[in-house]
Design a protein around this ligand. Structure first.
Ligand code: KG4
Ligand code: ZN
Length: 355
């Protein structure tokens, strides 16, 4: 049997643990989502997230090992997300991983969360060859990388404000849709007209491959306000009375048209920059990953547009697009294979860059 690696992920609002056999065989992949807990606030409340991670980390790790049908002593090593993410959340996973590695006497490696999202693509497409361009679009990141050689990434562009998933979540909140917004916007958009509202598609000069999504959110607010609707008030802390009474929701067809037009604007911008990036570095493959990569409209639009330039697009299955620990174990297995091992003073790093 190939080496068994335990992956641990707690960077945001999912407590996750997974066991990977070798480089790509997922023996278990447990994700305890906190989405329902944060839903009344329309976004993640960091203190609430770390407390729930503390409650869940033990049971989630035990379940991952149990479902994999192994014993802790069978593990060859452990991998844990150390950043970027919410520092209180990250610390729960890092502390648990260090305690376990010390007790078991097994090596532990530190994994960058974005490196995990990139490894998720390789779990489902192990033969994806470099060079390729990777677009990581999630609630916290919108980054374009040139994957020149295995494990070596060069940043080509990133968001200058909100991440793509963050924009989905914020616009969903404005439209009175539940958190997390991406899947709900996608569902509502299916009955709307993507050409109904000409939302902005920002372009930066000088050949920049950067993104900006915060203006899109403001445009949605202005569009609603011009039609006599008031966007919900900001609700950020659980201490305040929750849930707030919401203003009356806009007409469902208007919501569907705004959702469809907003989604199309995000899809257009992501597609445009991803293809521009691939052409610039002369890559014929694009890997689309991160939670937003679950979006069918994005997948199909990008794939259809890319084929015209002879570019193929790959994405992992949905449960590997959103946060999970199998992707952390996958990235970790490469590091463990190189003989890397972190020291027990390993710490979380909220703004850890990938490269
Ligand atoms: O990768 P992920 O689970 O966590 C982060 O690393 O942030 O991504 C979560 C994000 C959320 O913002 C969520 O709204 C978005 O991914 N998302 C989607 C879809 N499914 C999840 N966005 C658009 N369409 C979807 N179907
Ligand atoms: Zn993520």
């Amino acid at each position: 049997m190939a080496d068994l690696i335990l992956g641990i992920e707690t960077s945001c609002d999912e407590t996750a643990a997974a066991v990977l056999e070798g480089r790509e065989k997922i023996r278990s992949n447990i994700v305890a989502s906190q989405a329902k807990l944060h839903a009344p606030y329309g976004g993640i409340v960091p203190e609430v997230a770390s407390r729930r991670h503390l409650e869940m980390i033990g049971p989630v790790i035990r379940l991952a090992v149990q479902e994999a049908g192994i014993h802790f002593s069978d593990l060859a090593g452990l991998a844990v997300t150390v950043g970027p993410g919410l520092v209180g959340s990250l610390l729960v996973g890092v502390s648990a991983a260090k305690a376990l590695a010390y007790t078991l006497g097994k090596p532990l490696v530190a994994v960058n969360h974005i490196e995990g999202h990139l490894a998720a693509g390789l779990l489902d497409h192990p033969h994806l060859e470099c060079p390729y361009v990777a677009l990581v679009a999630s609630g916290g990141h919108t980054h374009l990388y040139d994957a020149e050689t295995p494990g070596k990434y060069r940043l080509l562009g990133c968001t200058r404000d909100d991440a793509a998933g963050e924009a989905f979540d914020k616009v969903a909140k404005i439209l009175g849709l539940p958190y997390p917004g991406g899947p709900h916007i996608e569902q509502v958009a299916s009955t709307g007209d993507p050409r109904a509202v000409p939302f902005p598609r920002p372009i930066f000069g000088h050949g920049s491959l950067d993104f900006s999504f915060s203006g899109l959110k403001t445009a949605v607010i202005h569009y609603l306000e011009a039609r006599g609707y008031r966007a919900p008030r900001r609700r950020s802390a659980p201490m305040a009375r929750a849930p707030y009474p919401e203003p009356s929701p806009p007409d469902p067809q208007l919501v569907a048209d705004i959702a469809a037009s907003f989604q199309q604007a995000v899809v257009d911008v992501l597609t445009r920059n991803a293809i521009k990036a691939a052409k610039r570095v002369k890559a014929t493959r694009i890997l689309l990953t991160g939670g937003v990569a679950c979006n069918q409209s994005l997948r199909h639009h990008l794939a259809r547009r890319a084929i015209r330039d002879g570019i193929e697009v790959y994405w992992p299955r949905p449960e590997l697009c959103t946060d999970n620990a199998a992707m952390i174990a996958a990235a970790g297995s490469v590091r463990l294979g190189r003989g890397e091992a972190a020291h027990l003073d390993l710490n979380a790093s909220a703004n850890l860059p990938l490269c």
